[in-house]
Design a binder for this molecule. Structure first.
Ligand code: PLP
Length: 235
């Protein structure tokens, strides 16, 4: 049985995504919604799945592993939180994309593990655009160097970039963060490097996804606005 609250929330989000996409001259279909399922129990995730959401985002390896086995095989899992190098092996065959690549060492391990499976792993570079100390991600000025190195890894497909904007009561305050990353994204896309497609820009959460879409995001990661407030803060 589909949870009616979750259904209403998704109806609402999809119409807001559509409006924001149209505002930036795109279609709603050009923007992928990832349901962020951290702390959310399996039954409620299943409601989102039944609604038609196939992309799920988790930021912890353990939680992803537990839920992965309980949901339908057609779900695509996205690792969106900080990933320790020694945990790559647990998720390499379970995720569709890793959004949080923030070191060469991590990329190297992903490449090696993907090679063993004979697959190419989709990754995004996490960029800390605002330079907030509490956030993971590489500095915007380091992006070119990272892209160059990663483009030489044969079992990685660098699909784009991800960022988490600082929290702001008014999302207008972080519009510039999204704009900056979009510029960088276009810049790299035009270089047409090996193993680098730059077709995804993952930015925008419950609090700021409309502004992110207006500035070019084509993946948004939304938790709270779908499933409600999480039990504990700061997760
Ligand atoms: C939790 C989380 C989200 C979703 O945040 P909401 O504000 O609940 O929509 C998106 N991205 C990352 C990386 C997260 O950890």
């Amino acid at each position: 049985m589909i949870d009616l609250n979750i259904k209403a929330n998704l109806d609402n989000i999809l119409s807001r995504i559509k409006a924001a996409a149209e505002k930036s001259g795109r279609n709603a279909e050009d923007v992928k919604l990832i349901a962020v399922t951290k702390t959310v129990d399996v039954d409620r995730i299943k409601s989102a799945y039944e609604y038609g959401i196939l992309d799920m985002g988790e930021n912890r390896v353990q939680e992803l592993l537990e839920k992965h086995d309980k949901l339908d095989r057609s779900c695509r899992w996205h690792l969106i939180g900080h990933l320790q190098t020694n945990k790559v092996k647990y998720i390499i065959d379970k995720v569709d994309m890793i959004h949080s690549v923030d070191s060469i060492q991590l990329a190297k391990e992903i490449d090696a593990r993907a090679a063993r499976l004979g697959r190419k792993m989709n990754i995004l570079l996490q960029v800390n655009v605002s330079g907030e100390e509490s956030k993971f991600g590489i500095d915007t000025r380091e992006v070119d160097e990272f892209v160059k190195i990663i483009s030489e890894f044969g079992n990685i497909s660098l699909r784009g970039m991800m960022t988490i904007a600082p929290y702001a009561d008014n999302a207008e305050a972080v519009r510039d963060v999204f704009k900056k990353l979009y510029d960088k994204y276009i810049d790299i896309k035009q270089k047409k490097l090996d193993n680098v497609t730059m077709d995804y820009l993952s930015m925008g959460m419950s609090n700021d996804f409309e502004v992110a879409i207006e500035e070019g995001a084509n993946i948004v990661r939304i938790g709270t606005d779908i499933f409600g407030k999480r039990d504990y803060a700061n997760v």
